[in-house]
Design a protein around this ligand. Structure first.
Ligand code: SAM
Length: 192
């Protein structure tokens, strides 16, 4: 069981997580204002971002390797068109979003390449994550943390290497703990 499984039940009770997810969803909606058919939320957790994007997509599929996160996501679903799974779908998507998951994944380049592959031509990939930090963000220690945030410009060059044209790269939220931790949103569109 991953540490995220043990956090799943109370994940949504954290007001800061709720506020961050809302800010991420609002910033994605501003960048991708047209309603799409299929959305993938990669590293969806309990769906805090997904459930703020229901107006943007007819079908929302969440992917997360932590079964308890997926369970909570699915308990909240109001429709068969919104669900989560522990297996990465093989479908093609119009919009792929991911919030605060990428720093938990070792091989960033391979993950961006995989997500770019899952996009339809003209589809968008939107990643929100921490800007580079000093390794003190996670209160419970850094097990399962592979990156102390990211340089958005470095991530943007991985996007362009995968034929994703940058549409938006900006700071969208600040988490204040013993110091400020900034969250960026990077959106790219797969060339048609
Ligand atoms: C900080 S949580 C963010 C959850 C959700 N996106 C949110 O905003 O509330 C990070 C999530 O990434 C997931 N995760 C960990 N390793 C992953 C991987 N290799 N691929 C996809 N998701 C992963 C975890 O299970 C966890 O649910």
């Amino acid at each position: 069981m991953s540490s995220f499984d043990s956090l799943a039940k109370n994940w949504d009770a954290n007001a800061r997580r709720q506020a961050l997810a809302k800010a991420v969803a609002d910033a994605i909606s501003a960048c991708a204002p047209t309603k799409v058919e299929k959305l993938l939320d990669f590293g969806c957790g309990t769906g805090l971002v997904s459930y703020n994007l229901t107006q943007l997509a007819s079908t929302i599929i969440g992917y997360d390797p932590a079964p308890k996160m997926v369970e909570v996501f699915n308990q909240k679903s109001p429709s068969p068109n919104i669900y989560a799974t522990t297996s990465l779908p093989k479908d093609s998507f119009d919009l792929i979003v991911s919030s605060m998951a990428m720093h938990h994944i070792k091989d960033t380049a391979a993950t961006i390449a995989k997500l770019a592959q899952l996009l339809k031509k003209g589809g968008m990939l939107c990643i929100a994550d921490l800007e580079s930090e000093d390794g003190t963000f996670h209160d419970r220690g850094n097990e399962g943390v592979y990156h102390f945030g990211f340089d958005p410009d470095a991530l943007a060059s991985l996007f362009t290497q995968n034929s994703l044209e940058i549409l938006c790269k900006k700071r969208i939220f600040t988490i204040t703990k013993h110091r400020d931790f900034h969250v960026f949103l990077l959106c790219g569109q797969k060339r048609a």
